[in-house]
Write a new protein. Structure first.
Ligand code: ADP
Ligand code: ASP
Ligand code: MG
Length: 436
């Protein structure tokens, strides 16, 4: 069994869906994970925001806009009147559901149910398309097997048991279709794996079904050595290790959801990144093979906040770090970078919901400073020999960029620096010129 995930752009129009149908028409059984058509989840977020602010007119405007796009897609997608009618009926029922919130009560719980409509629609439309083309296929609803626990972590045992049951319950198919992104939480409510989460679905599904390979099909020919949105002349990498790919994903390479490599790594299932627009391109293979030494790629993660705790008296006392970490643990806030000196400790976080409470607690131990609008620039590779001067090369490239923090030696795969987000683009470009 292999798993193929197609992102928003890859299913973003009737023509693209036809191309995907072509790509999955080989005979080996497979699970196809689909995102919502591009732009849909953003529109649904806006609709939910309007509803939340009780601007029902604004919401209805957006809903009608989106509904029209889908009716147009359906007209183009199917050849026969039978499937055009089925498609329209499907769109109507999903949009009637969304519209019902402009009449009824809307709470934060319904927001997730609205966001789920994008993937529910794209998978149903694609299932009809395969049926119209006579390709044997079945829908397996993600809401029946994808679940997160009370800490918002995937419940691997539940996913495996229920996914395998869902697949077994269907007769032998060529294509099993399921929704990316959406899941249920520990209360059984509709929830999701956060933005870009379809990649995460694909690797959880791959691990749950013991797939031979997980393929992530997107709009670019693999993982590039730098962020193509900010830097020119980047190039695709033919191979990465799980650890290198995980660092890049976690530190901002948007092509992969931050958590999507771990399930594949734990199950030792290779992940292949492929381009839907250019299927013949080699793409990137991510596997347990470590590969050659050296600097491979650069990524950047935005919306970083630095927290500095200054305390002349307490800092060097043993137990101080534990107290600091416990505060972040208490508020379920992960720490990304950390540096210490004689008189202060600085660390970075990217989740700030509980920042004011964290600061209040930290102030018991010293003065606290907060710095916002920062970016972590992460240089990833295989740095086996410390003697090769990797750090020197990196800092030489960054000589004109003010650096707020440095992290080196945390792993053999990552050197990170913290800069102002306004300097991010210049930093990425300077590193590109000097390192590659
Ligand atoms: P999908 O909708 O298929 O999930 P995404 O937009 O989430 O696609 O991810 C693909 C995009 O990731 C690319 O179009 C590219 O702009 C961006 N990206 C950022 N960093 C990288 C990188 N290092 N290599 C390749 N693509 C990257
Ligand atoms: N549709 C979701 C999003 O836009 C999930 C995904 O595309 O991976 O975030
Ligand atoms: Mg994505």
């Amino acid at each position: 069994m292999i798993v193929l995930k197609f992102g928003g752009t890859s299913v973003g129009s009737a023509q693209r869906m036809h191309e995907v149908a072509q790509l999955v028409s080989f005979s080996e059984p497979k699970i196809v994970v689909l995102s919502a058509m591009s732009g849909t989840t953003n529109s649904l977020v806006e609709i939910a925001n309007y509803l939340y602010k009780k601007n029902n007119e604004g919401a209805l405007d957006q809903i009608l806009n989106l509904e029209k796009k889908y009716f147009d897609t359906v007209n183009e997608l199917y050849k026969t009147d039978e499937f055009k009618a089925k498609g329209k009926e499907l769109i109507q029922s999903h949009f009637n559901y969304i519209k019902s919130f402009t009449q009824d009560m809307f709470t934060i719980y319904e927001e997730k149910a609205i966001l789920a409509q994008g993937e529910l629609i794209s998978t149903a439309l694609f299932h009809f398309l395969l049926q119209e083309q006579g390709i044997k296929s079945a829908l397996i609803p993600a809401l029946n097997f994808m679940r997160i626990d009370k800490d918002n972590e995937p419940d691997l045992f539940y996913i495996r048991e229920n996914l395998q049951r869902e697949v077994k319950e269907q007769e032998q198919q060529s294509v099993y279709i399921t929704q990316g992104f959406i899941c249920r939480n520990s209360y059984g409510e509709i929830d999701n794996l956060k933005r870009g989460g379809s990649d995460y679905t694909a690797s959880l599904v791959g691990a749950g079904i013991n797939a031979d390979e997980i393929q992530i099909w997107t709009d670019i020919d693999g993982m590039h050595n730098n962020d193509p949105r900010y830097v020119e002349n980047t190039h695709p990498l033919s191979h990465l290790s799980f650890d290198e790919a995980a660092e890049l994903a976690y530190f901002g390479a948007k092509i992969l959801h931050p958590s999507s490599i771990l399930p594949a790594k734990l199950a030792n299932i290779p992940v292949r990144l492929k381009n839907t627009m250019q299927p013949e391109a080699e793409g990137t293979l991510i596997s347990s093979i470590t590969g050659t030494e050296g600097i491979k790629a650069i990524a950047a993660k935005d919306d970083i906040t630095a927290v500095k705790i200054k305390s002349g008296r307490m800092l060097l006392a043993y137990g101080f770090m534990r107290k600091v970490f416990e505060i972040f643990e208490m508020y379920k806030t992960p720490i990304d970078m950390i540096t210490t000196s004689e008189v202060a400790v600085s660390l970075t976080i990217d989740e700030t919901q509980n920042l004011s409470k964290i600061v209040e607690e930290l102030q018991k131990y010293g003065s606290v400073e907060i710095d916002e609008n920062l970016s972590i620039i992460c240089v990833v590779g295989n740095f086996i020999a410390e003697s090769k001067g990797y750090a020197l090369k990196i800092f030489d490239a960054l000589q004109d960029i003010p650096i707020r923090m440095i992290s080196y030696g945390g792993s053999k795969h990552n050197v990170s620096v913290l800069v102002n987000t306004s300097d991010k683009k210049a930093a990425l470009q300077a590193l590109n010129e000097k390192l590659f």
